[in-house]
Design a binder for this molecule. Structure first.
Ligand code: SAM
Length: 266
């Protein structure tokens, strides 16, 4: 299997065998509206896919790795992997340009060397996660980046809210949804910033998946709060798996939680 090139807090890598087993055998397009590291897409190797996420820096890096991998790698693989260089690069201001190859390389480099693959921004909207003093793992090789780029050729890659991608799903498509965990505290500092996924988002998700399900779309959802979804998605099939999870990316707060999977097909 082609490996993800990013480290992503909340990645489903450890649950891949279970998720692959729960995925339908036949479908038309694979759609992943909270794609993050896109590891289930890499595991299933669908012929056609839509990968989307609301994180524009992440999506820009995938779009550039798809369209111009050698240019992106000419930066990423050349930069020294040191703490000093990490902070020098982090201090640069990313461009607003839609065709930002340097920004794509900057994102990939900082992601690989940052603390626990967390993505967090300061009030001005700039990435501010510290350097990982340990446990950042092996930096991907050129071959691994190029394999990943090859897989991306099968996907349309879009920066959008999950609702837009769900609205595009049609009969016999397979949609895998892995939203950020919802927390009960008012202001929770999650892995992707403050209150990224709110109760309102959860309500929207329920409405959008219900509509897509009516259209004949096959849907699999991973989530931490099954009860709220189940009340509305009656008749959907429920399963669960224990996962070791770090809270807000901090390994000292790591604990085992139950993660649920809900699906509307057998
Ligand atoms: C739990 S992670 C997905 C992890 C992914 N399944 C993996 O294995 O790497 C949730 C993702 O949702 C994205 N996200 C948060 N709010 C979103 C929204 N409203 N629409 C689309 N994506 C969103 C975050 O940027 C993050 O990448």
């Amino acid at each position: 299997m082609t490996k993800p090139v990013i480290r992503w807090a909340g990645s489903k890598r450890k649950l891949l065998p279970k998720l692959a087993q729960l995925s339908p055998k036949n479908y038309n397009r694979y759609i992943e509206p909270f794609c993050g590291s896109a590891c289930l897409f890499l595991e299933l190797e669908p012929a056609k896919a839509i990968l989307s996420d609301s994180n524009s820096a992440l999506i820009n890096s995938y779009q550039k790795l798809k369209s111009d991998p050698s240019k992106v790698l000419s930066f990423v693989l050349r930069w020294p992997r040191t703490k000093d260089f990490y902070y020098t690069l982090r201090a640069t201001i990313p461009s607003e340009s839609k065709d930002d190859v340097f920004g794509a390389a900057r994102f990939l480099y900082l992601n690989r060397l940052c603390f626990n693959g967390v993505y967090r921004e300061n009030k001005s909207g700039y990435f501010n996660v510290p350097y990982a003093e340990s446990r950042s793992g092996q930096f991907p090789t050129e071959k691994e980046f190029l394999e990943f780029s090859k897989e991306l050729q099968k996907a349309e890659i879009v920066c959008s809210d999950f609702g837009e991608s769900l609205d595009r799903s049609e009969k016999d498509d397979f949609v895998y949804l892995d939203p950020p965990y919802s927390y009960s505290e008012q202001r929770h500092r999650g892995e992707y910033g403050y209150n990224v996924f709110t109760c309102d988002d959860e309500e929207r998700l329920i409405k959008k998946v219900s509509e897509a399900s009516e259209r004949g779309v096959k849907i699999l959802i991973s989530y931490n709060k099954a009860q709220r979804l189940r009340k509305k998605l009656v008749k959907w099939h429920l399963s669960y798996a224990p996962v070791r999870r770090s809270v807000a990316g901090f390994s000292k707060h790591r604990k085992v939680v139950r993660e649920f999977q809900l699906r509307n097909y057998v």
